[in-house]
Design a binder for this molecule. Structure first.
Ligand code: NAD
Length: 249
């Protein structure tokens, strides 16, 4: 039920952190994987997918540019002839107080974290509607529920990701497409390096996590395989927290 043998996945932001781990998790479950990144080199992730005996297609694209998005999905379909799983993971964060938040920071975050998620869903959705099947997994955040501190654009974008997930689930559940989201808790990646370097904030965060540790990229492998597989065929429009219990506090 959890096998992804013969499936084709597209994972954005797959060079590092959570995206790389999820790409490997999908490959371990049997999927061939297209990996997208703008700057960080994809060589290591590609080699690790291939070492699992799966095909890997590296794609360099700046997803904050709407015009680059159709080409990404087209490249996957050209190479593999189909697209079964889309993981919208690429995302950035800009930490400055709201009163000082630069307009450029706001726009950069919204362009990547929110706009690219919708346009990738749209492009992939067209292929999946034609196929009559597909799985879309958007990466949300604790800040799809909470306000956060000094990250107004990020919070707005991640609330939006939860909204897109529900809106498209309503439209596409009847077309054989399951669209859900994963909301990671506080995970140890580049995205949280600044937080972890701040001893006070790091301690406050750890004190609130019932499991008593930061999450790791590997903690997302099981949930993403579940949402990409037949095991979740009757799930639509949910945002699943993978957070060591943070939201239970
Ligand atoms: P990360 O910085 O390691 O990874 C982000 C990835 O996105 C990188 O591979 C980068 O190359 C790619 N990327 C950045 N800008 C891009 C662009 N313009 N076009 C294409 N790719 C681009 O951080 P991460 O923690 O692995 O974050 C992955 C996702 O998880 C993000 O959406 C983030 O908001 C979300 N998230 C992270 C945490 C956490 O605690 N780390 C918590 C909740 C949600």
């Amino acid at each position: 039920m959890f096998s992804l043998q013969g499936k084709v996945a597209l994972v954005t932001g797959a060079a590092t952190g959570l995206g790389k781990a999820m790409a490997l998790g999908l490959a371990e479950a049997g999927a061939d994987v297209a990996l997208v990144s703008n700057r960080s080199p994809l060589d290591e992730a590609v080699a690790e997918v291939q070492a699992l005996g799966r095909k890997a297609l590296p794609i360099v694209a700046d997803l904050s540019q709407e015009s680059e998005i159709p080409g990404v999905v087209a490249a996957v379909v050209k190479e593999f002839g189909r697209l079964d799983i889309l993981v919208n993971n690429a995302g950035i964060i800009r930490r400055t107080p709201a009163a000082d938040h630069a307009a450029s920071d706001w726009h950069d975050v919204i362009d990547l974290n929110l706009n690219s998620v919708f346009f990738l869903c749209q492009q992939a959705g067209r292929v999946m509607i034609e196929q009559g099947s597909g799985k879309i997994i958007n990466i949300a955040s604790m800040l799809s529920y909470q306000g956060g501190i000094n990250v107004p654009g990020y919070t707005a974008s991640k609330h939006g990701v939860a909204g897109i997930t529900k809106a498209l689930a309503n439209e596409w559940a009847s077309k054989g497409i399951n669209i859900n989201a994963i909301a990671p808790g506080y995970m140890s990646t580049d995205n949280t390096a600044q937080l972890r370097a701040d001893q006070d904030r790091s301690r406050q965060i750890l004190e609130r996590i019932p499991q008593g540790r930061w999450g790791t990229p590997e903690d997302l492998k099981g949930p993403v395989v579940f949402l990409a597989s037949e095991a979740s065929d009757y799930m639509n429009g949910h945002v699943i927290c993978v957070d060591g219990g943070w939201m239970a506090r």
